[in-house]
Each structure stands twice: as structure tokens, then as C-alpha cells.
Design a protein around this ligand. Sequence first.
Ligand SMILES: Nc1ncnc2c1ncn2[C@@H]1O[C@H](COP(=O)(O)OP(=O)(O)OP(=O)(O)O)[C@@H](O)[C@H]1O
Ligand SMILES: [Mg+2]
Length: 370
Amino acid sequence: MGSSDRNGAIQLRGVTRRFGDVVAVRDLDLDVAEREFLVLLGPSGCGKSTALRMIAGLDLPDEGTIEIDGEDVTDVVARDRDVAMVFQSYALYPHMTVRRNIEFPLRNRKVPKAERDEAVAEASRILALDQLLDRRPAQLSGGQRQRVALARAIVRRPTVFLMDEPLSNLDAKLRVQTRAELIDLQRRLETTVVYVTHDQVEAMTMGHRIAVMVDGVLQQVGPPGDVYDRPANVFVAGFIGNPPMNLLDARVASTGDGGGTSVEIEGERVEVGSRLAAAAARTSNGDLVVGIRPEHLRIDPSGPLAATVTVVESLGHERHVVAATSAGQSVIVRVGVEDPSPADGETIRVAWESGDVHLFDKGSGERLDP
Ligand SMILES: Nc1ncnc2c1ncn2[C@@H]1O[C@H](COP(=O)(O)OP(=O)(O)OP(=O)(O)O)[C@@H](O)[C@H]1O
Ligand SMILES: [Mg+2]
């Protein structure tokens, strides 16, 4: 196990898992490259844990196949797969000390004491648990317990490392720190990591690639920058980015004089340029969603869209101006702290560059602009 001829590449084909009427994971095709850090991202209940548990062998698909290192492991039980999993709930043994918990998988495999001690020392140093080795889980904070669970997985040196929201119980500061440590750890151990989270900041910062899931269906897989810059559909667009992308209902309007297509938002014709005009023409029934990120909107008296400010949120390093259009659509504009801030209730106009606009088909939700 963990021998060097294994590389930890994972391949899922047509994987489906049902619980009664619920399709937790639907027809999932996913390739994870060797030594890749892949993040499975999506809202609560979208099937992330179920997908991970099937890769671990803790749950079996109803349909489809799973390969690890080119070997079909679809029906191989967890114990016989070279994978380690860190759970959302840490599942520590309450009657064992931290040390015993961490070395448990090694004892199980009859690893000699000297080797065990070394592995525990290294893992506890990496996760800052050195001072806690003699305590029991009940005497630890949630964050400390979570680090014990990570340490227990690390000592196994698996070729595939599966993590299910391993940082969810850490406070903000420790989370940032442990995030960096996990990235470093993955590089050093040269293992493949599949990391489940609903936190898009974790996904953006940790993943070589992100796989976004909604309702059991994989929506998009790609490097964080690609997913951010070119979300494949309205859902991904609204999920990645904080504050989220502004998504405004719009219509295709014909110019009438044979000059092609233009776009209307709440009755206002907006200049979109030829790239978007061509894309808008591909809509199925004329209904569009125009997507513009808050950092790409600016307050501009000559802008095409009016909105009334609901609240201005100050985050210290930037401000979010939250406003509503006359049709009640929400708009968020990100402004610098040095820029003048509008007052609550003030009507502003917003502008943007057409190069920053994302266009989606309202009916299918699919991205229209290439
Ligand atoms: N053992 C089970 N029995 C019945 N339904 C289940 C079971 N496990 C999961 N489900 C259902 O399958 C769907 C996916 O669940 P899953 O735990 O994979 O979601 P998740 O993306 O990990 O969510 P979260 O972010 O909340 O952990 C949900 O609708 C859930 O209720
Ligand atoms: Mg889960």
C-alpha cells in the first residue's frame, strides 16, 4: 500500500447513487489526475459527501464505475482501497488519547513502534498537536479534534486523500492557516486529494481544479480562474464569487433596421458590442440573464441602469453598495473605501464595460457568450 508505482489517478464514469426518490449523485463523469488537488464544490445537499464516500468505498454506486490507478475498484471495499478519508464529523475514538487516535491506522497494520512514533511526531508537528497528545477527544476544542482527524489520515500516507469539509469547525484564523498547511502538505506528500467544501474561498485558493455540483449533477470542472472568469451556467455564476455576480433578467431586442441584435434590461437598451449581440441571438426564446460581477460595475451618472441604494456595507478594505432596480432586481456594486459612498435611499446609475458582461440563456441557464 502506498507504494510508489501507484499514482492516485481517479476516474468516475456514469456514477449514480439514489436514496429512495432522491438522486444524490447523477451520472457523474469525473477524472482526477495523479497528484491533483481537486475540490468538489457545491451547496448543502448537492451530493458532495456521497460522491466522496463512493470514491472511498464507504458507499457503492447504483450505476457506473470507479477506477483508481486504472484499476476498477467499483466493488472493492474501503479497507482494500489505498485511500484515507477525513470526515465532516471527525469520528475520533473517544476512549483513546490523541496519540492513540493518530496512530490507530498504523497499529492496525502492525507498524513497528519506532516508525509509529516518528509518524505521530511528524503529523502532530505539522498540525500543532504536540502539546495535546495525552488528552482525550472530549478535552479538545472542535478545531483541535478536526486536526487530530487530519493527523490520523496523514500518518497512513495514502495515495488518495479524501477530505470532507475538514476545516469547517476551525475559527477563521486557524482556517486560513490550516488551508495553507494542507496545500503545502499535498505538495510534500505528493498525493491526490479530493477535497469537499461548500466554501468557495477554500475552493478558489486550494484547488488545482474545481468541480461544481448542484442537485447531484456536475456543472463545470476547471481551474479556479476559468470557473470564475467563464462560469458555464447561471448557477455556477451565482455561486462562485463574493459578493455574488449580479444576475439581471434581460431581453433580446431587435434593432429593426437590420443592424442586428441588442439587449434590453428593464426596457433600457444597453450597448453590448458585437460579441454579445451574436451570443444574445442564440437564446432559445429571447429571455436572457446578464451577469456582471460587483467589481465590474461602477457608479456613473450616465450609466444605463438606475437603482435605489438599500444599504452600503463597509468591509474596511472595500464597500458593497446594495441597491434595487425599479423592477426590484438586486444589484451590488463594489467600490473602494476612498471612493465617495452613496447614501441609503439614494438613486444611483450604474455602468459597466461590455467586455465584462456574461450572457446566459434564461430558459436553460447555459452560458451563451463563448
Ligand atoms: N444515507 C442516506 N439516506 C437517505 N438520503 C441520503 C443519505 N445520504 C445522503 N442523502 C441525501 O442525498 C443528498 C446528497 O447528500 P450529501 O450528503 O451527499 O450532500 P452534501 O453535498 O455532502 O451536503 P452538505 O454540504 O450538507 O454536507 C441529500 O439530499 C441527502 O439528503
Ligand atoms: Mg456533506
